[in-house]
Ligand binder design. Structure first.
Ligand code: ADP
Ligand code: MG
Length: 294
């Protein structure tokens, strides 16, 4: 694959003060062109997010905009503290924007809903007193999406997809970290959300398990073709998992660039193109820290 296959798009109004390092980004936008006539599934439009404490206001993101289309694997990439988790929570409906709007299927997001399910990093997201199957069934029952029998069938279907059908009746403490994350993914997919939200889901796993989970997630996506909004601070993970990547500047997060990364996968790891692109992303993320327009 040639480097030209990677599309770069500087975000208008949020370009670094200093010019981008050479070779400069290719201004083509095939990722956008692909979707020119279809409305985005998820629209994040000029979204600023803040935390208000009695002492002060913390601005987590500043006027962030991006579109996610059906069956995309869209990655939010940026350094720790740039507002990735906050953005994901806003898309999930837990935090209202102070500026801008978030729309799913054209409707403004105002509250959490079963059409957006989050998988977190922490291994303790599964209630320990429920079995694996009960954990996967729980949101289906609580949201009255399905009756008990259908919920059990669907839970087993998705547990099978993540390779855990034979662990359906054990409790979470009997599982490894990677297996717990597989259960959390099965539980999320069982809800058949419009968009699956993942916040650094593999960050607490050892390197080999993390790699295997990335591989499994991509295989699962190949089969189910869900729409994914995935948060990471790992450039490598973003390139492997994502079909498109939004780069966010350090705190408060602003859009710095969008990158078409669909050509990269696990097989590209270590290749020259992959390394060169990873290095360019690194420079885009970190080289202009003092030069960002405030
Ligand atoms: P990331 O996920 O990219 O590491 P976060 O979205 O967690 O970043 O945080 C963005 C910014 O908002 C950080 O400066 C963080 O300190 C601040 N922040 C996050 N959560 C809270 C909170 N509950 N109260 C106040 N500030 C917060
Ligand atoms: Mg975070």
């Amino acid at each position: 694959m040639s480097l030209a296959a990677t599309a770069w798009r500087a975000v208008p109004g949020h370009a670094p003060v200093r010019p981008a390092p050479t070779p400069s980004p290719v201004p083509a936008t095939p990722a956008q062109g692909l979707h020119a006539d279809t409305a985005a599934l998820l629209q994040v439009d000029g979204v600023s997010l803040e935390y208000r404490t009695p002492e002060r206001v913390v601005r987590a993101t500043h006027r962030v905009s991006f579109d996610v289309h059906q069956a995309e694997r869209f990655v939010l990439l940026g350094p720790s503290g740039c507002g990735k988790s906050t953005l994901l929570k806003a898309v999930a409906g837990f935090i209202p924007p102070v500026e801008g709007a978030i729309r799913l299927d054209g409707r403004t997001v105002t509250a959490p809903g079963p059409d957006r399910i989050v998988v977190f990093q922490e291994f303790d997201q599964l209630p320990p007193w429920k079995t694996v199957k009960q954990n996967v069934m729980f949101p289906l029952l609580a949201s009255r999406t399905l009756g008990r029998k259908e919920a059990a069938e669907r839970a087993l279907h998705y547990l099978d997809k993540v390779g855990l059908a034979q662990f359906a009746d054990v409790h979470p403490h009997q599982l490894s970290g990677g297996m717990k994350q597989r259960v959390a993914i099965a539980r999320a997919l069982a809800m058949q959300p419009r968009v699956l939200l993942m916040d650094e889901p593999f960050a607490a796993l050892d390197a080999l398990t993390r790699r295997r989970m990335q591989e499994e997630l991509l295989a699962l996506w190949d089969e189910v073709r869900f729409t994914l909004l995935f948060v990471t601070h790992s450039i490598e993970e973003a390139l492997v998992v994502g079909s498109r990547i939004a780069l966010l500047s350090p705190h408060p997060g602003r859009m710095r660039a969008e990158i078409n990364s669909h050509a990269y996968g696990l097989e590209s790891l270590g290749g020259d193109d992959f390394q060169a692109t990873a290095q360019r992303i690194h420079r885009l993320l970190f080289e202009h820290e003092e030069g960002v327009v405030q």
